[in-house]
Each structure stands twice: as structure tokens, then as C-alpha cells.
Design a protein around this ligand. Structure first.
Ligand SMILES: Cc1cc2nc3c(=O)[nH]c(=O)nc-3n(C[C@H](O)[C@H](O)[C@H](O)COP(=O)(O)OP(=O)(O)OC[C@H]3O[C@@H](n4cnc5c(N)ncnc54)[C@H](O)[C@@H]3O)c2cc1C
Length: 507
């Protein structure tokens, strides 16, 4: 008997999302967070990518939208020195929600607590050990050091993950020397903003709006709100910064001085942040009963996509852990967490490292590369493709059998479904995060088979315009486990359905 089923180390967005997903799957995890209070240091500006679709499929998106105070962003997304401009498309392939990370964590924490998670703040994990059946964490809490046991432990403990280090998971990759600093400040009296956005600085002269490249780096100047300046610097520096140590005004002022060779007077700080870029990826997401997720598993060298990758790790992992705990997990189910999320992490690294190559070059050849890239992105097809790549919506988990239906492994499309009870959708069916067998062509033969797994999966029936398959089996993470081609023979469909049900949901 263990103290709890799952220990989650870290109450960042990854740990809190995992706690909520486990709660939906009927598991009450224990979250251990070393900081006594919620995070103060500003980090992410918002969410972007497929995680927003997933939250919609959970019926939870409105709650996150309600927490945002910023206006919705223009449908443009930075991509390594160029822009993906989706304004020409009526249905952008890349969704974004401006929601500062503190607000995001607040909503995730509320949701996780409502779903039964216990969150202990001020409890730092010092050590972990495991045997065949259990994991033990050594924890320093406000009342001293104690031990807690569980069946599984997940390290959601960020880039410097102690869990990763303790279990010997390698984290190979590179750290790029560029340091990005961003300051939102009030406009001081000695600075005038001209109609074209340039700044007139008393005693210095004009500083252009947009980006000024100097020998020492890049200075960015802009403003979205009257009276508020948005300034940024990019410099190459060999120093490694800790993301949890906030940037100060002095640090920012010194950076501007180095880049521009002069001081710009700044008003009061509204928001200050600093970030660096690393491309690192664990060699395995799992070591026995211990797993890693989020920044503990991957660091991506571009803005806007890290939360997407980390939170989606947990959506993949939670139902598999729950299946182990509820006792029906088939052999090898937990191994698919590594297989699938390592594959997804590699795709995220592919597009973010491409951004490094596009962004960092300073010579005319690099300018030419950016120009060519920007030209290609005017056309709809490459633009849609890049949007899907950045969003992670094109992820199709590797199939074991090349004859499987083309939908297998893909994120389930949100079909509108006409049923005897009225109109519903795939998104609504997934609110409960239970697997769904969905019959789209009155295939009583296949429903009959699915009924043998009725304690684990929901069986639903509906009609949809232009159906992509006769029936689909959708996993709790909204990826398709199996599909029957249109008018597929009863014999083949029955055989492959049974195999898929056993493979994903046990005998
Ligand atoms: C300035 C900045 C801007 C960013 N902007 C964006 C953006 O716009 N979009 C985006 O997607 N991403 C952005 N990111 C990245 C994003 O913030 C991270 O990807 C995200 O925080 C990772 O979440 P996580 O839960 O995996 O790790 P973390 O947020 O690092 O959380 C890990 C948690 O584990 C706790 N912990 C660590 N060790 C222990 C231990 N031994 N015991 C107990 N608890 C422990 C930590 O205290 C922390 O609370 C930005 C990052 C920075 C620094």
C-alpha cells in the first residue's frame, strides 16, 4: 500500500495540467512544489497551438479565455525573424490565447484542486528511489524532512529537473548564446513618441521604431498602448541565466547601453522578463516508474510553443498512468508515452531549430534566406503547413501497422454529430476524457464488439456529413486509435478493431 498513486514534482503549468488530467481519469495525485507561494516572475505571455483545441475538447477553454484581460492577438505569429501572417485565412491553423503565465497557473491550479489533486507548496523533493512496485520521494517540508510513497512519480520540475538528474536521464543538446530581454515601461517625460513610432530622446536624438541592429545586438522599440513603451534587446552572451531569477531595470538599462552605446531614459517598469534559448531533449521520457514531462523533458529554442509541448505531454501520459493504476493497462502501454511524446518533441525541435537558423544569421545570405522564406509564406498551402507544424496539430503518432487507416495516430477532427438525442460533436464527447468508440455508419457489428470493453470506453453513434470513416476509436487524449474505412468488410473491421481495443484498452 502506498501513500498516494502518483506524485507530481512541480506545480508549474505541466505539473498542474497533469494533476487535472489525472483527476479526470479518476486518480488523485499529490503535487509537491518547492516554492511556498505561486510564481511571481513573469514568464509566458500566453498559450498557442493544439493545447487550445484540447482544452476546448475538455469543455475547459472558456474558463481560460475568461481569465485573459488582454485583447485577442492579431493572427500573426513570429517565426525566426519572419512572420506567419494568417490574416488572409478565415480559419487560422494556429490558435493563440494571450494569458500571462501567472493567470494560466491560477486557472490550472483551481481546476486540478476541484478534480481532487492535493497540492503541497513549500515541499521540495530532495531524492527519489524506486523498486519493482513503488517510488519513494524524500521531501523537505515546513516541518522537516519526510518520505512519501507512490506507484508512479512524474518530474514536472522544469529545465533544471532534479528528478531527471536523480534517475540518470540524459538531456543532450545545445545552449545558444543569445539573451533576450523585454521591458514594458511607462514613457518618461524626456522621451517623445513621434507619429511614426520613432522615439525622440532628449540629449540623444532619434531612436527608430522597429528593430535597430548594431555590432553588439538588436534593440526593438514599439508601443501598442499610448504612454507605454515596449522595448527589447537581443545580445550574444555566454552567461547562463536562471529563468526564476527576475530581470531588474538596472540589468535592462545596462543591456540597452551595450547595444546602443547610449542610455535611453525609461519610465516605471510594468513588466520585465528575460529568456534564453536552448535546444535540449531527453533521451528517454521514462525510467521505470518515474517519468519526466514539460521543460524537464524538452527545451525549445523559439518563443510561444513550450507550454503547448509540455501540457500535451501530460494529456498523453495521464490516461496511460490511470490505466495502470486502475489495473487494465495492456503490456507496453506506458512505453508508448516515450515513443509518442519523443516523436512529438522531435517535431517541435525541428521547427524551432529551423527558426534559429532563420533568425541568427546576420550576413546578406541570411537576409536572403529570410526574404525567400517570407515570400513562400504568402501562399496558402505552405502557410497552412507551417501553422500546423508550429501548432503541433499535424502530429500523427507513429503507426505500428502500415495498413492502418490514414486517420490512425492523428488528432480526432471535431465532427458535428447528428444523433437520436440531438446534435453533438466529437469535442463534446471528449469532455469526460473517456475513450470513445464512435459509429458513424450504423455498424451494429462493430458496436457489438466494442460493448465487450464497455466498462472502459463509451460507445456512441451518430451521423456526420462526408464521414471520414465508418467508425473511429478515439483515445482520451483525442488521438485516433483505430478507424474503419468506408464500407470495410465486417471481417477485417472486426479483426482490426479487436486488436486496437486490446492494444490500447487491455484484454
Ligand atoms: C521570460 C519567459 C517567457 C516565456 N514565454 C513563453 C511563451 O510566450 N509561450 C510559451 O509557451 N512558453 C514561454 N516560456 C516558457 C514557459 O514559461 C515554460 O515552458 C514553462 O514554464 C514550463 O512549464 P513546466 O511546468 O514544465 O516547468 P516550470 O514552469 O519550470 O515549473 C517547474 C516547477 O517545479 C518546481 N520544482 C523544481 N524542482 C523542484 C523540486 N525538487 N521539488 C519540488 N518542486 C520543484 C519549480 O519551483 C517550478 O514551480 C517563457 C519562459 C520565459 C522564462
Amino acid at each position: 500500500m502506498t501513500d498516494t498513486d502518483v506524485i507530481i514534482v512541480g506545480a508549474g503549468p505541466t505539473g498542474l495540467m497533469l494533476a487535472g488530467e489525472l483527476g479526470l481519469a479518476g486518480v488523485r495525485p499529490l503535487v509537491l512544489e518547492r516554492h511556498p507561494q505561486a510564481r511571481e516572475t513573469p514568464k509566458a505571455h500566453g498559450l498557442a497551438g493544439q493545447i487550445l483545441q484540447l482544452l476546448r475538447y475538455r469543455g475547459a477553454l472558456a474558463r481560460f479565455e475568461a481569465a485573459t484581460t488582454d485583447p485577442m492577438p492579431a493572427p500573426r505569429f513570429p517565426f525566426g525573424g519572419v512572420h506567419l501572417d494568417f490574416t488572409q485565412l478565415t480559419d487560422s491553423p494556429l490558435q493563440a490565447l494571450p494569458l500571462p503565465q501567472q493567470g494560466l497557473e491560477r486557472v490550472l491550479e483551481e481546476r486540478a484542486s476541484e478534480l481532487g489533486a492535493e497540492i503541497r507548496r513549500g515541499h521540495e523533493v530532495l531524492g527519489v528511489r524506486q523498486d519493482e512496485a513503488t517510488v519513494t520521494a524524500e521531501v523537505r517540508g515546513p516541518d522537516g524532512v519526510y518520505e512519501v510513497t507512490a506507484r508512479y512519480l512524474v518530474g514536472c520540475d522544469g529545465p533544471r529537473s532534479r528528478v531527471r538528474e536523480l534517475v540518470g536521464i540524459e538531456f543532450p543538446g545545445v545552449t545558444y548564446p543569445e539573451v533576450n530581454r523585454v521591458a514594458m515601461v511607462t514613457l518618461p517625460d524626456s522621451v517623445t513618441m513621434l507619429d511614426n513610432g520613432d522615439l525622440e530622446v532628449a540629449g540623444f536624438g532619434t531612436v527608430s521604431a522597429g528593430f535597430t541592429r548594431t555590432d553588439r545586438g538588436v534593440l526593438g522599440v514599439g508601443s501598442l498602448t499610448p504612454g507605454v513603451l515596449f522595448l527589447s534587446t537581443v545580445e550574444d552572451e555566454p552567461t547562463e541565466y536562471d529563468d526564476d531569477v527576475p530581470m531588474t531595470m538596472d540589468e535592462f538599462q545596462a543591456s540597452v547601453r551595450r547595444v546602443l552605446g547610449a542610455d535611453i531614459p525609461l519610465g516605471d517598469p510594468i513588466r520585465l522578463s528575460r529568456f534564453t534559448f536552448k535546444a535540449r531533449h531527453v533521451d528517454r521520457y521514462r525510467a521505470g516508474r518515474i517519468m519526466v514531462a514539460g521543460d524537464a523533458a524538452h527545451l525549445l529554442p523559439a518563443t510561444g510553443v513550450a507550454l503547448n509541448a509540455g501540457m500535451l505531454d501530460t494529456v498523453n501520459l495521464a490516461w496511460k498512468l490511470a490505466a495502470e493504476i486502475h489495473g487494465w493497462a495492456p503490456e507496453g502501454l506506458l512505453d508508448t508515452y516515450h515513443d509518442e511524446r519523443h516523436f512529438a518533441g522531435a517535431r517541435a525541435l525541428l521547427q524551432t531549430q529551423a527558426q534559429v537558423a532563420l533568425r541568427r544569421g546576420q550576413d546578406p545570405a541570411a537576409e536572403a534566406l529570410r526574404a525567400v522564406f517570407q515570400e513562400l509564406l504568402v501562399d496558402e498551402q505552405p502557410l497552412r503547413r507551417m501553422g500546423a507544424l508550429v501548432a503541433g496539430s499535424d502530429i500523427r503518432y507513429p503507426r505500428t501497422d502500415p495498413d492502418e487507416h490514414a486517420l490512425t495516430g492523428a488528432f480526432a477532427p471535431d465532427l458535428t454529430l447528428h444523433t437520436d438525442e440531438g446534435t453533438t460533436s466529437v469535442a463534446e464527447l471528449l469532455h469526460t476524457a473517456r475513450p470513445v468508440f464512435l459509429d458513424l455508419a450504423e455498424r451494429a457489428d462493430l458496436r457489438e464488439i466494442a460493448r465487450e470493453w464497455a466498462d472502459r470506453i463509451d460507445i456512441r453513434q451518430g451521423k456526420t456529413g462526408d464521414r471520414p470513416a465508418d467508425a473511429v476509436l478515439i483515445r482520451p487524449d483525442a488521438h485516433i486509435a483505430w478507424a474503419a474505412t468506408i464500407d470495410e468488410s465486417a471481417e477485417t473491421a472486426a479483426r482490426t478493431l479487436r486488436a486496437a481495443l486490446s492494444r490500447w484498452f487491455g484484454a
